[in-house]
Design a protein around this ligand. Structure first.
Ligand code: ATP
Length: 485
Protein backbone atom coordinates (compact mmCIF):
# COMPACT_ATOMS: atom_id res chain seq x y z
CA UNK A 1 0.00 0.00 0.00
CA UNK A 2 2.85 2.39 0.86
CA UNK A 3 4.23 1.80 -2.63
CA UNK A 4 0.87 2.33 -4.20
CA UNK A 5 0.43 5.58 -2.26
CA UNK A 6 3.76 6.81 -3.53
CA UNK A 7 2.75 5.75 -7.04
CA UNK A 8 -0.37 7.90 -6.63
CA UNK A 9 1.84 10.82 -5.53
CA UNK A 10 4.11 10.26 -8.55
CA UNK A 11 1.10 10.41 -10.88
CA UNK A 12 -0.05 13.69 -9.29
CA UNK A 13 3.44 15.20 -9.67
CA UNK A 14 3.70 13.96 -13.23
CA UNK A 15 0.35 15.57 -14.10
CA UNK A 16 1.63 18.90 -12.81
CA UNK A 17 5.09 18.68 -14.34
CA UNK A 18 3.88 17.78 -17.82
CA UNK A 19 0.95 20.18 -18.17
CA UNK A 20 -1.94 17.78 -17.53
CA UNK A 21 -3.51 19.03 -14.29
CA UNK A 22 -2.82 22.03 -12.03
CA UNK A 23 -4.39 23.03 -8.71
CA UNK A 24 -6.97 25.74 -9.41
CA UNK A 25 -5.81 29.36 -8.91
CA UNK A 26 -2.47 28.03 -7.75
CA UNK A 27 -0.83 31.46 -7.45
CA UNK A 28 -3.25 32.04 -4.55
CA UNK A 29 -2.32 28.66 -3.03
CA UNK A 30 -5.11 26.78 -4.79
CA UNK A 31 -8.71 26.04 -3.93
CA UNK A 32 -9.50 22.84 -2.13
CA UNK A 33 -10.62 19.99 -4.42
CA UNK A 34 -10.78 22.19 -7.53
CA UNK A 35 -8.39 21.59 -10.43
CA UNK A 36 -7.56 23.05 -13.85
CA UNK A 37 -6.61 21.03 -16.90
CA UNK A 38 -3.49 22.22 -18.71
CA UNK A 39 -2.45 21.98 -22.33
CA UNK A 40 -2.20 18.17 -22.47
CA UNK A 41 -4.79 17.40 -19.80
CA UNK A 42 -7.46 19.28 -21.72
CA UNK A 43 -6.61 17.35 -24.90
CA UNK A 44 -6.83 14.04 -23.03
CA UNK A 45 -10.12 15.13 -21.46
CA UNK A 46 -11.57 16.11 -24.81
CA UNK A 47 -10.52 12.81 -26.38
CA UNK A 48 -12.21 10.83 -23.59
CA UNK A 49 -15.36 12.94 -23.92
CA UNK A 50 -15.43 12.44 -27.69
CA UNK A 51 -14.89 8.71 -27.31
CA UNK A 52 -17.75 8.36 -24.81
CA UNK A 53 -20.03 10.65 -26.83
CA UNK A 54 -19.41 8.74 -30.03
CA UNK A 55 -19.88 5.34 -28.41
CA UNK A 56 -23.15 6.47 -26.80
CA UNK A 57 -24.78 8.55 -29.54
CA UNK A 58 -23.24 7.71 -32.91
CA UNK A 59 -23.00 3.99 -32.17
CA UNK A 60 -26.53 3.67 -30.75
CA UNK A 61 -29.19 4.80 -33.18
CA UNK A 62 -31.71 5.24 -30.37
CA UNK A 63 -29.60 7.56 -28.19
CA UNK A 64 -29.35 11.31 -28.75
CA UNK A 65 -27.37 13.94 -26.88
CA UNK A 66 -28.32 17.25 -25.28
CA UNK A 67 -26.52 20.08 -23.52
CA UNK A 68 -28.68 21.52 -20.73
CA UNK A 69 -27.90 24.56 -18.57
CA UNK A 70 -26.16 24.22 -15.22
CA UNK A 71 -28.72 26.52 -13.55
CA UNK A 72 -32.13 24.96 -13.27
CA UNK A 73 -35.42 25.99 -11.73
CA UNK A 74 -35.06 25.42 -7.97
CA UNK A 75 -38.16 23.20 -7.86
CA UNK A 76 -36.20 20.69 -9.96
CA UNK A 77 -34.15 19.81 -6.88
CA UNK A 78 -37.19 19.56 -4.65
CA UNK A 79 -38.77 17.13 -7.13
CA UNK A 80 -35.59 15.11 -7.58
CA UNK A 81 -35.26 14.64 -3.81
CA UNK A 82 -31.90 16.41 -3.64
CA UNK A 83 -33.07 19.18 -1.30
CA UNK A 84 -34.24 16.62 1.24
CA UNK A 85 -31.97 13.66 0.63
CA UNK A 86 -28.72 14.59 -1.06
CA UNK A 87 -26.59 14.46 2.01
CA UNK A 88 -23.92 12.36 3.61
CA UNK A 89 -23.67 11.45 7.30
CA UNK A 90 -20.65 13.17 8.79
CA UNK A 91 -18.93 13.39 12.13
CA UNK A 92 -16.44 15.90 13.57
CA UNK A 93 -13.56 15.24 15.89
CA UNK A 94 -13.95 17.77 18.72
CA UNK A 95 -10.21 18.06 19.34
CA UNK A 96 -8.88 18.51 15.80
CA UNK A 97 -12.16 20.01 14.45
CA UNK A 98 -11.64 17.76 11.45
CA UNK A 99 -14.77 16.60 9.64
CA UNK A 100 -15.12 13.07 8.26
CA UNK A 101 -17.64 11.28 6.13
CA UNK A 102 -18.78 8.49 8.41
CA UNK A 103 -18.57 5.74 5.78
CA UNK A 104 -15.06 6.82 4.77
CA UNK A 105 -13.86 6.90 8.37
CA UNK A 106 -15.14 3.37 9.00
CA UNK A 107 -13.91 2.03 5.66
CA UNK A 108 -10.41 3.36 6.34
CA UNK A 109 -10.39 1.57 9.69
CA UNK A 110 -11.59 -1.63 7.98
CA UNK A 111 -8.71 -1.31 5.46
CA UNK A 112 -6.24 -1.07 8.33
CA UNK A 113 -7.74 -4.19 9.94
CA UNK A 114 -7.45 -6.05 6.62
CA UNK A 115 -3.84 -4.98 6.20
CA UNK A 116 -2.99 -6.42 9.60
CA UNK A 117 -4.63 -9.74 8.74
CA UNK A 118 -7.88 -9.14 10.69
CA UNK A 119 -10.10 -9.74 7.69
CA UNK A 120 -13.08 -11.17 9.56
CA UNK A 121 -13.25 -8.17 11.89
CA UNK A 122 -13.04 -5.83 8.90
CA UNK A 123 -15.87 -7.65 7.17
CA UNK A 124 -18.15 -7.62 10.17
CA UNK A 125 -17.41 -3.90 10.71
CA UNK A 126 -18.38 -3.12 7.09
CA UNK A 127 -21.49 -5.30 7.27
CA UNK A 128 -22.49 -3.53 10.47
CA UNK A 129 -21.95 -0.14 8.84
CA UNK A 130 -24.01 -1.07 5.75
CA UNK A 131 -26.90 -2.21 7.92
CA UNK A 132 -26.87 1.02 9.97
CA UNK A 133 -26.54 3.23 6.87
CA UNK A 134 -29.48 1.43 5.30
CA UNK A 135 -31.61 2.39 8.32
CA UNK A 136 -30.13 5.92 8.65
CA UNK A 137 -29.33 4.90 12.23
CA UNK A 138 -26.95 7.72 13.23
CA UNK A 139 -26.82 6.83 16.92
CA UNK A 140 -25.83 3.29 15.93
CA UNK A 141 -23.12 4.61 13.60
CA UNK A 142 -21.61 6.73 16.37
CA UNK A 143 -21.69 3.72 18.69
CA UNK A 144 -19.98 1.60 16.02
CA UNK A 145 -17.18 4.18 15.71
CA UNK A 146 -16.71 4.31 19.47
CA UNK A 147 -16.89 0.56 20.01
CA UNK A 148 -14.23 0.01 17.38
CA UNK A 149 -12.03 2.68 19.00
CA UNK A 150 -11.72 4.56 15.70
CA UNK A 151 -9.60 7.64 16.22
CA UNK A 152 -9.00 10.89 14.34
CA UNK A 153 -5.78 10.75 12.30
CA UNK A 154 -4.89 14.33 13.34
CA UNK A 155 -5.68 14.48 17.07
CA UNK A 156 -5.36 10.77 17.76
CA UNK A 157 -8.47 10.95 19.99
CA UNK A 158 -11.93 9.45 19.80
CA UNK A 159 -13.69 12.58 21.05
CA UNK A 160 -16.50 12.63 18.46
CA UNK A 161 -19.58 14.81 17.88
CA UNK A 162 -22.90 13.19 17.01
CA UNK A 163 -23.38 11.99 13.46
CA UNK A 164 -25.25 14.58 11.33
CA UNK A 165 -26.46 14.92 7.76
CA UNK A 166 -24.68 17.42 5.49
CA UNK A 167 -26.31 18.56 2.23
CA UNK A 168 -23.84 18.54 -0.63
CA UNK A 169 -25.49 21.10 -2.93
CA UNK A 170 -23.99 24.54 -3.51
CA UNK A 171 -26.50 27.37 -3.63
CA UNK A 172 -26.32 30.85 -5.08
CA UNK A 173 -28.63 33.77 -5.88
CA UNK A 174 -30.29 34.38 -9.22
CA UNK A 175 -31.32 37.99 -9.88
CA UNK A 176 -29.57 41.30 -9.31
CA UNK A 177 -31.50 42.76 -6.38
CA UNK A 178 -31.03 40.66 -3.31
CA UNK A 179 -34.65 41.00 -2.08
CA UNK A 180 -35.91 39.72 -5.41
CA UNK A 181 -33.26 37.09 -5.84
CA UNK A 182 -34.16 33.45 -5.81
CA UNK A 183 -31.95 30.88 -4.20
CA UNK A 184 -30.87 28.41 -6.86
CA UNK A 185 -28.45 25.49 -6.87
CA UNK A 186 -25.48 24.54 -8.93
CA UNK A 187 -26.55 21.16 -10.31
CA UNK A 188 -25.11 18.22 -8.35
CA UNK A 189 -25.70 15.86 -11.29
CA UNK A 190 -26.44 16.32 -14.98
CA UNK A 191 -29.29 13.78 -15.00
CA UNK A 192 -32.04 16.25 -14.06
CA UNK A 193 -31.32 18.34 -17.17
CA UNK A 194 -32.22 15.21 -19.12
CA UNK A 195 -35.40 14.45 -17.17
CA UNK A 196 -36.85 17.95 -17.51
CA UNK A 197 -36.21 17.76 -21.27
CA UNK A 198 -37.67 14.29 -21.66
CA UNK A 199 -40.82 15.49 -23.45
CA UNK A 200 -38.99 18.08 -25.58
CA UNK A 201 -36.60 15.47 -26.94
CA UNK A 202 -39.14 12.66 -27.23
CA UNK A 203 -41.59 14.80 -29.19
CA UNK A 204 -39.19 16.80 -31.39
CA UNK A 205 -37.03 13.75 -32.08
CA UNK A 206 -40.07 11.46 -32.49
CA UNK A 207 -38.22 9.02 -30.25
CA UNK A 208 -39.74 5.61 -29.61
CA UNK A 209 -39.18 3.70 -26.40
CA UNK A 210 -36.65 2.29 -25.66
CA UNK A 211 -34.45 5.34 -26.26
CA UNK A 212 -31.74 7.24 -24.46
CA UNK A 213 -30.63 10.82 -23.87
CA UNK A 214 -26.96 11.46 -23.17
CA UNK A 215 -25.24 14.49 -21.75
CA UNK A 216 -21.76 15.60 -20.71
CA UNK A 217 -21.42 18.51 -18.33
CA UNK A 218 -20.26 20.05 -15.10
CA UNK A 219 -21.68 19.05 -11.73
CA UNK A 220 -20.93 20.54 -8.31
CA UNK A 221 -20.88 18.93 -4.88
CA UNK A 222 -19.68 20.39 -1.63
CA UNK A 223 -17.88 17.18 -0.72
CA UNK A 224 -17.06 16.87 2.97
CA UNK A 225 -13.79 15.14 2.44
CA UNK A 226 -12.06 15.95 -0.81
CA UNK A 227 -8.43 15.07 -0.62
CA UNK A 228 -7.85 12.58 -3.39
CA UNK A 229 -6.74 14.74 -6.30
CA UNK A 230 -9.26 14.56 -9.15
CA UNK A 231 -10.92 11.47 -7.69
CA UNK A 232 -13.19 13.61 -5.52
CA UNK A 233 -13.65 17.19 -6.60
CA UNK A 234 -16.10 19.94 -5.73
CA UNK A 235 -16.47 20.90 -9.39
CA UNK A 236 -16.30 18.00 -11.81
CA UNK A 237 -17.76 16.65 -15.01
CA UNK A 238 -20.15 13.78 -15.58
CA UNK A 239 -21.05 11.80 -18.68
CA UNK A 240 -24.55 10.50 -18.10
CA UNK A 241 -27.13 8.66 -20.13
CA UNK A 242 -30.76 8.06 -19.19
CA UNK A 243 -32.37 5.17 -21.03
CA UNK A 244 -36.18 5.34 -21.09
CA UNK A 245 -37.94 1.99 -21.09
CA UNK A 246 -41.30 0.32 -20.65
CA UNK A 247 -42.08 -0.44 -16.96
CA UNK A 248 -41.45 -4.09 -16.18
CA UNK A 249 -38.45 -4.37 -18.53
CA UNK A 250 -35.98 -2.73 -16.13
CA UNK A 251 -34.20 -5.93 -15.05
CA UNK A 252 -33.17 -6.91 -18.58
CA UNK A 253 -32.12 -3.35 -19.53
CA UNK A 254 -30.18 -2.98 -16.29
CA UNK A 255 -28.21 -6.15 -17.17
CA UNK A 256 -27.81 -4.94 -20.76
CA UNK A 257 -26.27 -1.63 -19.68
CA UNK A 258 -24.02 -3.27 -17.08
CA UNK A 259 -22.55 -5.43 -19.80
CA UNK A 260 -22.44 -2.67 -22.42
CA UNK A 261 -20.64 -0.25 -20.10
CA UNK A 262 -18.13 -2.86 -19.02
CA UNK A 263 -17.40 -3.49 -22.71
CA UNK A 264 -16.69 0.22 -23.14
CA UNK A 265 -14.25 0.14 -20.23
CA UNK A 266 -12.45 -2.89 -21.64
CA UNK A 267 -12.23 -1.16 -25.03
CA UNK A 268 -9.86 1.32 -23.36
CA UNK A 269 -7.37 -1.53 -23.28
CA UNK A 270 -7.57 -1.84 -19.48
CA UNK A 271 -7.38 -5.48 -18.32
CA UNK A 272 -10.50 -7.12 -16.95
CA UNK A 273 -8.96 -7.91 -13.58
CA UNK A 274 -8.62 -4.20 -12.82
CA UNK A 275 -12.41 -3.92 -12.77
CA UNK A 276 -15.15 -5.29 -10.60
CA UNK A 277 -18.85 -4.70 -10.08
CA UNK A 278 -20.02 -3.60 -6.65
CA UNK A 279 -23.73 -4.08 -6.00
CA UNK A 280 -25.29 -1.51 -3.69
CA UNK A 281 -26.81 -2.70 -0.43
CA UNK A 282 -28.13 0.72 0.51
CA UNK A 283 -30.05 2.04 -2.50
CA UNK A 284 -30.33 5.76 -3.26
CA UNK A 285 -33.76 7.27 -2.76
CA UNK A 286 -34.60 6.87 -6.47
CA UNK A 287 -33.27 3.38 -7.27
CA UNK A 288 -34.61 -0.20 -7.34
CA UNK A 289 -31.22 -1.67 -8.28
CA UNK A 290 -27.78 -0.13 -8.50
CA UNK A 291 -24.16 -1.08 -8.91
CA UNK A 292 -20.82 0.59 -9.41
CA UNK A 293 -18.08 -0.29 -11.83
CA UNK A 294 -14.98 -0.09 -9.70
CA UNK A 295 -11.45 0.26 -11.02
CA UNK A 296 -8.34 -0.61 -9.07
CA UNK A 297 -6.79 2.84 -8.60
CA UNK A 298 -3.39 3.07 -6.85
CA UNK A 299 -5.51 3.97 -3.78
CA UNK A 300 -7.53 0.75 -4.09
CA UNK A 301 -10.71 -0.41 -5.84
CA UNK A 302 -13.01 2.61 -6.14
CA UNK A 303 -16.12 3.63 -8.07
CA UNK A 304 -15.66 5.12 -11.48
CA UNK A 305 -19.18 4.65 -12.85
CA UNK A 306 -22.64 4.01 -11.44
CA UNK A 307 -25.41 2.07 -13.17
CA UNK A 308 -28.80 2.72 -11.62
CA UNK A 309 -32.28 1.44 -12.23
CA UNK A 310 -34.14 4.66 -11.30
CA UNK A 311 -37.71 3.39 -11.85
CA UNK A 312 -40.10 6.23 -12.78
CA UNK A 313 -39.08 8.17 -9.67
CA UNK A 314 -37.75 11.28 -11.41
CA UNK A 315 -40.34 11.66 -14.17
CA UNK A 316 -43.19 10.94 -11.76
CA UNK A 317 -41.97 13.56 -9.31
CA UNK A 318 -41.43 16.13 -12.04
CA UNK A 319 -44.96 15.41 -13.21
CA UNK A 320 -46.25 15.99 -9.71
CA UNK A 321 -44.29 19.19 -9.04
CA UNK A 322 -44.63 20.75 -12.52
CA UNK A 323 -48.19 19.54 -13.15
CA UNK A 324 -47.08 18.62 -16.68
CA UNK A 325 -47.77 15.11 -17.91
CA UNK A 326 -44.49 13.20 -18.26
CA UNK A 327 -46.06 10.38 -20.19
CA UNK A 328 -45.43 8.39 -23.26
CA UNK A 329 -47.99 6.76 -25.51
CA UNK A 330 -46.82 3.30 -26.51
CA UNK A 331 -48.78 1.98 -29.48
CA UNK A 332 -47.00 -1.37 -29.59
CA UNK A 333 -49.18 -4.32 -28.75
CA UNK A 334 -48.79 -6.38 -25.61
CA UNK A 335 -49.14 -10.19 -25.46
CA UNK A 336 -52.91 -9.82 -25.36
CA UNK A 337 -52.91 -7.76 -28.58
CA UNK A 338 -53.74 -4.45 -26.82
CA UNK A 339 -51.55 -1.32 -27.09
CA UNK A 340 -49.44 -0.68 -24.01
CA UNK A 341 -50.95 2.82 -23.99
CA UNK A 342 -49.93 5.71 -21.73
CA UNK A 343 -47.33 5.33 -19.02
CA UNK A 344 -44.47 7.12 -17.29
CA UNK A 345 -41.31 5.43 -18.58
CA UNK A 346 -38.84 3.70 -16.30
CA UNK A 347 -35.19 4.68 -16.53
CA UNK A 348 -31.82 2.94 -16.49
CA UNK A 349 -29.01 5.40 -15.93
CA UNK A 350 -25.32 5.08 -16.67
CA UNK A 351 -23.30 7.77 -14.93
CA UNK A 352 -19.56 8.05 -15.25
CA UNK A 353 -17.28 10.76 -13.88
CA UNK A 354 -15.10 12.27 -16.60
CA UNK A 355 -12.38 13.33 -14.19
CA UNK A 356 -12.34 9.91 -12.51
CA UNK A 357 -12.06 8.33 -15.94
CA UNK A 358 -9.08 10.57 -16.65
CA UNK A 359 -7.50 9.49 -13.36
CA UNK A 360 -8.22 5.85 -14.22
CA UNK A 361 -6.67 6.16 -17.67
CA UNK A 362 -3.63 7.98 -16.28
CA UNK A 363 -3.19 5.45 -13.46
CA UNK A 364 -3.26 2.63 -15.97
CA UNK A 365 -0.90 4.37 -18.38
CA UNK A 366 1.72 5.67 -15.94
CA UNK A 367 4.79 3.44 -16.20
CA UNK A 368 8.27 3.82 -14.79
CA UNK A 369 10.78 1.77 -16.79
CA UNK A 370 14.33 0.87 -15.95
CA UNK A 371 16.29 0.85 -19.23
CA UNK A 372 19.75 0.41 -17.69
CA UNK A 373 22.33 -1.65 -19.52
CA UNK A 374 25.64 -2.94 -18.17
CA UNK A 375 27.29 0.20 -19.62
CA UNK A 376 24.90 2.86 -18.39
CA UNK A 377 22.03 3.59 -16.04
CA UNK A 378 18.87 4.81 -17.70
CA UNK A 379 15.17 5.01 -17.03
CA UNK A 380 12.05 6.65 -18.39
CA UNK A 381 8.50 7.55 -17.40
CA UNK A 382 6.09 6.72 -20.16
CA UNK A 383 2.33 7.17 -20.38
CA UNK A 384 1.11 4.10 -22.23
CA UNK A 385 -2.16 5.76 -23.19
CA UNK A 386 -4.40 4.16 -25.82
CA UNK A 387 -3.32 6.04 -28.99
CA UNK A 388 -6.90 7.22 -29.60
CA UNK A 389 -6.83 9.07 -26.25
CA UNK A 390 -3.28 10.43 -26.39
CA UNK A 391 -3.10 14.27 -26.37
CA UNK A 392 -0.59 14.27 -29.24
CA UNK A 393 -0.61 11.51 -31.84
CA UNK A 394 2.51 12.34 -33.80
CA UNK A 395 5.69 14.24 -32.90
CA UNK A 396 7.83 15.48 -35.77
CA UNK A 397 11.45 15.96 -34.83
CA UNK A 398 14.32 17.14 -37.04
CA UNK A 399 17.51 15.44 -35.83
CA UNK A 400 19.39 18.75 -35.92
CA UNK A 401 18.41 22.37 -36.35
CA UNK A 402 20.31 22.86 -39.62
CA UNK A 403 21.11 21.35 -43.03
CA UNK A 404 17.52 21.83 -44.25
CA UNK A 405 16.12 19.20 -41.82
CA UNK A 406 13.72 21.61 -39.99
CA UNK A 407 12.23 22.65 -43.36
CA UNK A 408 11.43 19.04 -44.27
CA UNK A 409 10.02 18.42 -40.77
CA UNK A 410 7.81 21.52 -41.08
CA UNK A 411 6.52 20.21 -44.38
CA UNK A 412 5.60 16.87 -42.73
CA UNK A 413 3.83 18.85 -39.99
CA UNK A 414 1.77 20.70 -42.63
CA UNK A 415 0.85 17.40 -44.31
CA UNK A 416 -0.40 15.77 -41.10
CA UNK A 417 -1.75 18.40 -38.72
CA UNK A 418 -5.16 18.48 -40.33
CA UNK A 419 -5.61 14.73 -39.88
CA UNK A 420 -4.56 14.39 -36.20
CA UNK A 421 -2.88 16.39 -33.42
CA UNK A 422 0.76 16.70 -34.41
CA UNK A 423 3.58 18.43 -32.59
CA UNK A 424 6.79 19.90 -33.97
CA UNK A 425 9.87 20.21 -31.80
CA UNK A 426 13.52 20.96 -32.56
CA UNK A 427 14.98 21.94 -29.15
CA UNK A 428 17.32 19.59 -27.20
CA UNK A 429 18.89 16.28 -28.14
CA UNK A 430 16.72 13.71 -29.87
CA UNK A 431 16.93 11.47 -26.77
CA UNK A 432 15.49 14.20 -24.51
CA UNK A 433 12.75 14.97 -27.01
CA UNK A 434 11.76 11.27 -27.16
CA UNK A 435 11.55 11.19 -23.36
CA UNK A 436 9.34 14.28 -23.26
CA UNK A 437 7.01 12.72 -25.81
CA UNK A 438 6.97 9.45 -23.80
CA UNK A 439 6.02 11.45 -20.71
CA UNK A 440 2.91 12.90 -22.37
CA UNK A 441 2.03 9.61 -24.04
CA UNK A 442 2.70 10.46 -27.71
CA UNK A 443 2.43 7.11 -29.49
CA UNK A 444 4.53 7.97 -32.57
CA UNK A 445 7.60 10.13 -33.20
CA UNK A 446 9.10 10.65 -36.64
CA UNK A 447 12.66 11.83 -36.93
CA UNK A 448 13.96 13.64 -40.00
CA UNK A 449 17.67 12.95 -40.53
CA UNK A 450 20.25 13.39 -43.29
CA UNK A 451 19.11 10.24 -45.07
CA UNK A 452 15.67 11.87 -45.45
CA UNK A 453 17.23 14.35 -47.86
CA UNK A 454 18.46 11.52 -50.04
CA UNK A 455 15.55 9.09 -50.14
CA UNK A 456 12.55 10.90 -48.48
CA UNK A 457 12.38 8.37 -45.66
CA UNK A 458 12.15 9.05 -41.92
CA UNK A 459 12.32 6.85 -38.84
CA UNK A 460 9.05 6.27 -37.03
CA UNK A 461 9.47 5.35 -33.37
CA UNK A 462 6.81 3.45 -31.45
CA UNK A 463 6.38 4.72 -27.89
CA UNK A 464 5.86 1.45 -26.01
CA UNK A 465 8.38 -0.79 -27.75
CA UNK A 466 10.77 2.07 -28.65
CA UNK A 467 11.25 0.18 -31.93
CA UNK A 468 12.07 2.28 -34.95
CA UNK A 469 11.39 1.61 -38.61
CA UNK A 470 12.18 3.53 -41.78
CA UNK A 471 9.21 4.65 -43.79
CA UNK A 472 8.53 6.97 -46.70
CA UNK A 473 7.40 10.52 -45.81
CA UNK A 474 4.16 10.10 -47.74
CA UNK A 475 3.18 6.95 -45.88
CA UNK A 476 3.34 8.57 -42.39
CA UNK A 477 -0.28 9.66 -42.40
CA UNK A 478 -1.72 6.30 -43.38
CA UNK A 479 0.53 4.41 -40.92
CA UNK A 480 -0.52 6.62 -38.01
CA UNK A 481 -4.19 6.58 -38.99
CA UNK A 482 -4.14 2.79 -39.20
CA UNK A 483 -2.55 2.45 -35.79
CA UNK A 484 -5.00 4.94 -34.29
CA UNK A 485 -8.11 3.18 -35.51
P1 ATP B 1 -19.11 8.57 -4.39
O1 ATP B 1 -19.76 7.42 -3.67
O2 ATP B 1 -17.69 8.32 -4.77
O3 ATP B 1 -19.32 9.89 -3.71
P2 ATP B 1 -21.47 8.73 -5.93
O4 ATP B 1 -22.01 7.34 -5.81
O5 ATP B 1 -22.06 9.81 -5.12
O6 ATP B 1 -19.88 8.73 -5.77
P3 ATP B 1 -22.81 9.25 -8.38
O7 ATP B 1 -23.76 10.21 -7.79
O8 ATP B 1 -23.31 7.89 -8.76
O9 ATP B 1 -21.52 9.14 -7.45
O10 ATP B 1 -22.13 9.96 -9.62
C1 ATP B 1 -21.74 9.25 -10.78
C2 ATP B 1 -20.26 9.38 -11.05
O11 ATP B 1 -19.83 10.75 -10.96
C3 ATP B 1 -19.39 8.65 -10.05
O12 ATP B 1 -19.28 7.28 -10.40
C4 ATP B 1 -18.07 9.38 -10.18
O13 ATP B 1 -17.32 8.87 -11.27
C5 ATP B 1 -18.50 10.79 -10.50
N1 ATP B 1 -18.39 11.63 -9.30
C6 ATP B 1 -19.29 11.72 -8.30
N2 ATP B 1 -18.86 12.59 -7.36
C7 ATP B 1 -17.66 13.05 -7.79
C8 ATP B 1 -16.71 13.98 -7.27
N3 ATP B 1 -16.93 14.63 -6.13
N4 ATP B 1 -15.58 14.21 -7.97
C9 ATP B 1 -15.34 13.57 -9.14
N5 ATP B 1 -16.20 12.69 -9.68
C10 ATP B 1 -17.35 12.43 -9.03
Amino acid sequence: MANETSRFQSIISHCKEYGFIFPSSEIYDGLSAVYDYGQWGSELKKNIKDYWWKSMTQMHENIVGIDAAIFMHPTTWKASGHVDNFSDPMIDNKDSKKRYRVDHLIEKHADELTETGRRDEAKSLLDGMDALLAKDDFTGLKRLIEENKIICEISGTSNWTDVRQFNLMFSTQLGSVSEEANEIYLRPETAQGIFVNFLNVQKTGRMKIPFGIAQIGKAFRNEIVARQFIFRMREFEQMEMQFFIRPGTQKEWYEFWKEERMRWHLSLGIPKERYRFHDHVKLAHYADAACDIEYEFPIGFKEVEGIHSRTDFDLRNHQEYSKKKMQYFDNELDAGGKPYGNYIPYVIETSIGLDRTILMVLSEAYTEEDLSTTEKKDDRVVLKLPPKLAPVKLAILPLVKRDGLPEIARQIMEENKNAFRSFYEEKDTIGKRYRRMDAIGTPFCVTVDHQTKEDSTVTIRHRDSMQQERVHIHSIKSIVEKLLS
